[in-house]
Design a binder for this molecule. Structure first.
Ligand code: GLY
Length: 260
């Protein structure tokens, strides 16, 4: 297994077919591919600022959603689980992710008829919440729980019907503080945490990344940025307009391997 001295962020180049990506809750609007590539590069630079070394996994230009690597794998300190994405068009995205991740972790694989997108997985210590969504089914959640059981994790399924993934509606801000869209996810799901409601004008503001004193947030969410600033975080705000048109947020574009 590769030993890393710095946390690693796995990313992938934007496909020239991004304009034909999967869409579930959004209508299709034209994506500027050149701008999308620039914005993705800004995202990678922001992750570097947050302390990550960027490793780009092999390109998959024939796969429209390939840049949204989060959905292909879920990494824990002990193992990585290679998913079987819910959208059939996305299933081949996992092959190259598995090839790279095997350098870092022992791998387990979600098997048919299970389907699971990494965007549906929220980890809070040893408690793992998995969205039961249009992309993730009960069979996969059962397999997921079996893989994690030997390491002491408890897996809970959470129905997600109003947005694409569980993590569209929630972000971990601190160990005991979550930012949540209460229209899409009931705060009672997380009784041991304080659930701060996201500003009602920014329903997608919950899809942000927090690490150490940093918070990475889309510039489309000024109220959320103000809230993060007021809590004392160093906010990196980047324009992600083109990824948003592809129904993706900030967590979707990387798989993070934090130091264990
Ligand atoms: N376009 C992101 C997804 O639907 O998977």
């Amino acid at each position: 297994m590769a030993v890393t001295e710095k946390p690693v962020a796995l990313t992938r180049a934007v496909s020239p077919l991004l304009g034909s990506c999967e869409l579930t809750h959004l209508g299709r609007t034209k994506i500027d591919l050149e701008l999308a590539a620039e914005q993705h590069s800004d995202y990678e630079k922001a992750l570097e600022k947050m302390g990550y070394v960027i490793r780009r996994i092999p390109e998959t230009p024939h796969l429209p959603d390939g840049v949204f690597v989060e959905d292909t794998a879920v990494v824990f300190p002990e193992i990585a689980i290679i998913t079987r994405p819910g959208a059939e068009s996305r299933r081949p995205e996992t092959e190259t992710m598995a090839e790279v991740l095997t350098e870092y972790r022992k791998l387990e694989f979600i098997q048919s008829p299970g389907t699971l997108d990494g965007g549906d997985v929220l980890t809070l210590g040893k408690e793992v919440y998995v969205g039961l969504s249009t992309r993730t089914n009960k069979q996969a959640i059962k397999q997921f729980a079996e893989f994690l059981k030997p390491f002491g994790y408890n897996v809970t399924a959470v129905p997600v019907t109003k947005c694409l993934h569980l993590k569209t509606a929630i972000a971990v801000i601190e160990d005991d503080l979550l930012l949540i869209n209460p229209e899409w996810l009931h705060p009672a799901t997380f009784p041991d945490h304080h659930c701060e409601p996201v500003h009602p004008e920014e329903p997608y503001g919950t899809n942000l990344l927090r690490k150490n004193h940093w918070a990475l947030c889309s510039s489309a969410f000024p109220h959320t940025i103000d809230w993060l600033n007021a809590r004392g975080y160093s906010v990196l705000d980047i324009d992600q307009s083109e990824m948003a048109k592809a129904e993706a947020g900030l967590t979707c574009c990387s798989v993070l391997l934090d130091l264990v």
